[in-house]
Ligand binder design. Structure first.
Ligand SMILES: C[S@@+](CC[C@H](N)C(=O)[O-])C[C@H]1O[C@@H](n2cnc3c(N)ncnc32)[C@H](O)[C@@H]1O
Length: 437
């Protein structure tokens, strides 16, 4: 989580701390009353700070949340590689990720047990004045979000660092608020990638001193076994499989060329196969057919979410820079005259001759996350024809910098909206302009 180390962040954290600095020694003099006063003061909301500082804090908090998704994804990739290839090195690397989190979980569980034991004894819980303490924060976190969420987040180094390194409670409060907004999203993200959050907690299952822990360990519906992009978060905070005309939509990584779809044409070769006329490879610059392949890791850091006006859409879970290639638009390849998909399909051409169509890419059944990108008349991404390795491909690229948690959008072109109503809400919206004419 490099963001926490940046100079501007340090200045920001110091600035906030400076205003309300108070030492642990001072505060511990008069115990609980002081503790309450201190916390009240600390809980001043972010709204009390200058606008510029508020913006910096929200950016920092977004970056922290994004780092949690990134780390969870990383741990899940590691887990898959351990399952597929359990070498000593892979196993050691995977275990390393859980060393610190296991230790912290032990301590938080210990805190809850001590708390309960002291209640059973009839004595007051031991006072622990340590507002900035990591364990204290984790304890608060469990109280708000529960053990499952703690176990999920604890797998992320970004979360552990935030607990340890954030110095001001206003920032920590903002992190908790952002967590609250994204709680279901984080859970779906972790569960659909098979994060072993239960395994981390199972060793405490026999401790019936913490009843909430037992109830959270009850088996939950499996979200794993399929591709993470077979999971859409619904408006009522559930999940569903994306469907088209009553059939489940299937994730694929590569376009599908089936000669049976080209019988009239008699074509037996994939029309997207690269020929010398398609120009140099956009990755290595070579004019010869090369073995380059696009890196699609960006697609691991997006999620599918239902939106009230526009149906299933795509939300970024990380930041993207202008020009980043986020993914490849894939689907079944059909003859350019194909008329069977008016919802998702796009014409494909070579970058050297964009007027000559090679195929229609139709992802209504087989496709990837890019088929769900909503239209906006002020879009954040664009489609591009590219030549990469052995293929001509259609990519989705960032038109500008994109912040974490923004919905990705692309411009479908004004023809698409000739007989449909665009709901993007932008001031330059094609349908809005039509209505006002
Ligand atoms: C390529 S699909 C995108 C995925 C689709 N939302 C879904 O649920 O499968 C295009 C369809 O999404 C919806 N959509 C996307 N952007 C929209 C917008 N700006 N206004 C209205 N509807 C939109 C429309 O129903 C459109 O026909």
């Amino acid at each position: 989580m490099p963001q926490l180390r940046s100079t501007s962040t340090k200045v920001l954290l110091d600035g906030l701390t400076h205003r309300q600095k108070r030492t642990r020694k001072d505060a511990s003099i008069d115990g609980n009353l002081e503790n309450q006063r201190y916390e009240k003061k600390q809980k001043r909301s972010l709204a009390a700070y200058p606008q510029q500082m508020q913006e910096q804090v929200s950016k920092l908090v977004s970056d922290i949340l994004a780092s949690i998704y990134y780390d969870i994804n990383y741990v899940c990739i590691l887990r898959s590689s351990v399952r597929l290839n359990p070498t000593a090195e892979n196993v050691a690397q995977y275990r390393l990720q859980f060393r610190e989190s296991g230790d912290l979980l032990d301590r938080v569980v210990g805190r809850f047990i001590n708390r309960d034991t002291s209640l059973h004894n009839g004595s007051e819980p031991k006072s622990y004045f340590n507002p900035r303490g990591t364990i204290r924060r984790l304890e608060e976190f469990v109280t708000i979000f529960g053990w499952k969420m703690l176990s999920i987040c604890m797998a992320a180094e970004g979360f552990r660092r935030a607990c340890r390194e954030i110095r001001h409670s206003v920032i920590w409060a903002e992190v908790l608020e952002k967590m609250r907004e994204n709680q279901w999203s984080i859970e779906v993200f972790a569960r659909s990638r098979n994060l072993d959050w239960r395994g981390q907690l199972l060793k405490y299952a026999h401790l019936d001193l913490i009843p909430e822990l037992g109830s959270e360990l009850r088996p939950v519906r499996k979200m794993w076994g399929q591709h993470p992009h077979h999971v859409v978060q619904t408006l009522d905070k559930k999940v569903r499989r994306p469907m088209f005309e009553g059939m489940p939509q299937v994730h694929i990584d590569e376009p599908v060329f089936d000669p049976r779809n080209w019988q009239e044409d008699g074509r037996v070769e994939d029309p997207t196969a690269r020929i010398p006329h398609d120009g140099d490879c956009d990755l290595c610059g070579s004019g010869d057919i090369c073995d380059c392949v696009l890196d699609f890791s960006a697609g691991s850091l997006v999620e599918l979410v239902d939106r009230p006006l526009t149906g299933t859409g795509v939300r970024a879970l990380t930041s993207f820079k202008k020009g980043d290639i986020l993914g490849q638009f894939v689907g079944e390849l059909h003859h350019p005259d194909y008329d069977g998909d008016h919802l998702y399909s796009l014409m494909h051409a070579s970058k050297t001759d964009s007027e000559y169509f090679l195929a229609i890419i139709s992802p209504r059944k087989y496709g990837n996350w890019t088929r769900y990108i909503a239209h906006s008349c002020r879009a954040s991404t664009k489609f591009n024809y590219r030549t990469v390795g052995r293929r001509t491909v259609m990519t989705v690229e960032a038109k500008r910098d994109i912040a974490p948690f923004e919905d990705l959008t692309v411009n479908y072109g004004s023809d698409y909206w000739a007989r449909r109503e665009c709901m993007c809400g932008e001031t330059n919206c094609v349908s809005r302009r039509r209505r006002s004419q």
